[in-house]
Design a protein around this ligand. Structure first.
Ligand SMILES: C[S@@+](CC[C@H](N)C(=O)[O-])C[C@H]1O[C@@H](n2cnc3c(N)ncnc32)[C@H](O)[C@@H]1O
Length: 217
């Protein structure tokens, strides 16, 4: 294991239950802790990101949007398939700075919006596939975000939420209130989606996750 990962895990072990650490896992911004959050996300989410993108069954001509791009792990996989513009939404300036340095493929556009209102950049009914990995826990009030999913998705468009409920169960509840799979599915269903979930085990602690899939009716 690389030294920087060992150091990041050690710091996280002591601070994981704090509001400040959870804030940085939501959206890195504090010097030092932002580095810890980014390092852990890179290590923990690479396999899951690749796996989810493969399950999205993307077609070259799909219009795809990812909320909470983070280190860019999933959007880089999406860009291997998609020819159209790919929209990434990333509220953290720290992450956006890093994404810029990464020189992502030219068809990726990163928006700085809060994902609850993309109306200045993303037209109604324009997206075929929506992805958010390790993001839903933090969105509040969740209903506002689900309504935005509904606005931007085409009829029959599909959303995918990658969730590691076990890993986030001790996160500060004020910062990460959405940690109940059944409640999230019922909120999606109540707001006009057909929603279901599947537990996926890729063999390691870091690669066990729940995939929530929802289709706009
Ligand atoms: C835990 S990280 C996950 C990053 C990446 N998807 C992954 O799995 O490695 C949560 C991401 O969502 C972003 N985010 C959180 N709230 C957001 C919001 N309201 N609008 C847009 N992005 C948001 C954060 O800045 C961060 O990049």
């Amino acid at each position: 294991m690389k030294l920087k990962l060992i150091v990041a895990r050690w710091i996280h072990k002591f601070l994981q239950h704090t509001e400040l650490m959870t804030e940085n896992m939501r959206s890195p911004k504090t010097i030092g802790l932002a580095w810890v959050a980014r390092t852990l996300m890179n290590y923990s989410n690479a396999q899951v990101s690749i796996d989810i993108v493969s399950r999205m069954k993307l077609k070259k001509a799909d219009h795809v949007l990812e909320m909470g791009v983070g280190n860019g792990l999933a959007i880089k996989e999406i860009a291997k398939i998609i020819g159209n513009k790919i929209i990434g939404v990333e509220i953290s300036a720290e992450f956006r700075r890093n994404l810029l340095k990464m020189k992502l493929p030219k068809n990726i556009v990163i928006l700085e919006n809060d994902a609850k209102d993309l109306s200045n950049k993303v037209p109604d009914g324009s997206i075929d596939k929506l992805l958010a990995i390790n993001v839903i826990y933090f969105l509040k009030p969740i209903e506002e975000y689900i309504l935005e999913f509904k606005r931007i998705l085409k009829k029959g468009g599909i959303g995918y939420l990658g969730c590691k409920f076990e890993s986030i169960k001790n996160f500060d509840i004020e910062v990460a209130p959405n940690r109940d799979e059944k409640a999230i599915i019922s909120q999606l269903s109540n707001l006009g989606f057909s929603a279901s979930s599947e537990f996926i085990d890729l063999g390691e602690d870091r690669s066990r996750y729940t995939l929530i899939k929802f289709e706009k009716l």
